[in-house]
Design a protein around this ligand. Structure first.
Ligand code: BGC
Length: 453
């Protein structure tokens, strides 16, 4: 980053993780199983049969990790709460040891001057609720609101920024349409139902927050701008479908009270009609929006692709990450400007941005050189600045991820961390990207954002 570009005063610098990806001990001390425990333990579902049984062992090493964050100068940590750790059956009796863990985690962070940002749902539905239909059961809005209320009562005051769901699009697309993620269903009929119940649950949790919470609540979505591969009308129509499906499917109902019309075109007879009261529940005003950005998509019409009839076009001249995603920082600026223009001027935090690259195996104990990740972060931070200079209210940036961790069905094969984790010894080694990030934070100072009431 050029030295003379500054982030606004008080910009919130942090890093993000998710419970199943880092905690380990996922069924210890009275915790119930989640759909990810079940999925990862089903043969063939994850690469090499990797599971989150141990992951980064953050459940036991959270103090060490809080100290590490403080050493890097982080001002915030975005983590998620494992629903089945605190409510083993998803509802009903809570698990004191699970609640105590998040209590201690919040305190450990605050002791180090790190602001906790909590996400209530990052993909790990209690298995007991999946047995009752999971995200297909309309009762889930109440189950989720009750769980949310339990956590607000426990942590609000210490946690001042809440997110209901992480990436409902991935929950639906991966979990109910294509089946690569838990619970592994493949159904054109289920996907729209899961999306809708996720949104109702979000709305119910926001409503519950208004009765309990003192601070701020929002949602985290992953946005990926779609650019046409050519000006041909078929490609432009494919872009509209892809954009509606991924970028507008959740934000339109929340901010505009209706689904994008393209969804009916995509899902056909599988697209249900919903009662008006559902839309009213979903469209609760929120206080902030979390945007996860990784890449863009150059899109063309492709009759063979189910159900979108749209395909991604690889860019010959571009750089790609280890997960096959094009490095395209301009897409982050475009996305932020698009959010402001379409949904209004609400405060935004970049809740995830980062990249998996191959890190040299010489990492253990020494320096980990990850110049590609440094380059990725630098260009994307500049892209954030471009958006801020054009008037987008970006309040913070959470790098994905603090630690190398379990990349869901890709297991431990993809490393996103700015801190290297040796999964045999659990040794943490800050990579060059962590040092770079620490320098950016030091140069752009800022106390945690003042938030409240
Ligand atoms: C998710 C993370 C995931 C990351 C990289 C996001 O979709 O929220 O859990 O590890 O992307 O794939």
């Amino acid at each position: 980053m050029s030295a003379n570009r500054q982030f606004p005063e008080g910009f919130l610098w942090g890093a993000a993780t998710a419970a199943y990806q880092v905690e380990g001990s996922s069924t210890a001390d009275g915790a119930g199983m989640s759909i990810w425990d079940r999925f990862a333990h089903t043969p063939g579902m994850t690469l090499n049969g990797d599971t989150g049984d141990v992951a980064c062992d953050q459940y036991r090493r959270y103090r060490e990790d809080a100290a590490l964050m403080a050493d890097l100068g982080l001002k915030a940590y975005r983590f998620s709460i494992s629903w089945s750790r605190v409510l083993p059956q998803g509802k009903g009796a809570s698990n004191p040891a699970g609640l105590d863990y998040y209590d201690r985690l919040a305190d450990a962070l605050l002791e180090k001057g790190i602001e906790p940002l909590a996400t209530l749902y990052h993909w790990d539905l209690p298995a007991a609720l999946d047995d009752r239909g999971g995200w297909l059961n309309p009762d889930i809005a109440d189950w989720f609101a009750d769980y949310a209320q339990l956590m607000y009562r426990k942590l609000d005051g210490r946690v001042k920024t809440w997110a209901t769901l992480n990436e409902p699009w991935v929950v639906t697309d991966g979990g109910y349409l294509h089946g690569a993620l838990a619970p592994g269903h493949r159904s054109r009929f289920e996907a729209p139902i899961a999306s809708h119940q996720l949104l109702r649950a979000h709305g119910a949790a926001v409503k519950a927050y208004r009765a309990e919470g003192q601070h701020r609540i929002g949602i985290v979505v992953n946005l990926e701008p779609k650019y046409p591969a050519s000006p041909a009308p078929a490609d432009l129509a494919a872009v509209k479908r892809a954009d509606a499906y991924m970028n507008r499917q959740y934000l339109d109902p929340i901010f505009k009270g209706s689904y994008p019309p393209e969804l009916k075109e995509i899902f056909g007879e599988a697209w249900p009609e919903w009662p008006a009261e559902d839309y009213a529940l979903i469209a609760q005003p929120i206080d902030w929006l979390g945007v996860n950005y990784y890449t863009r998509n150059v899109t063309r019409h492709d009759e063979t692709k189910w159900p979108l009839k749209a395909a991604a076009v690889r860019q010959d001249q571009a750089a790609y990450t280890e997960t096959g995603w094009e490095v395209f920082p301009q897409g982050l600026t475009d996305t932020l400007l698009w959010v402001k223009q379409r949904y209004g001027d609400l405060p935004i935090t970049i809740t995830e941005n980062g990249a998996a690259f191959y890190d040299p195996p010489t990492a253990e104990g020494g320096r980990v050189q990850d110049p590609l990740r440094v380059g990725y972060l630098k260009s994307h931070l500049n892209a954030v600045l471009d958006a801020i200079e054009k008037g987008v209210k970006v309040e913070g940036y959470m790098v994905w991820s603090l630690l190398d961790n379990l990349e869901w069905s890709l297991g431990y094969s993809k490393r996103f961390g700015i801190v290297h984790v040796n999964f045999k010894t659990q040794e943490r080694t800050p990579k060059d990207s962590a040092r770079f990030y620490a320098e950016v934070i030091a140069a752009n100072g800022g106390a945690p954002l003042a938030k409240g009431g």
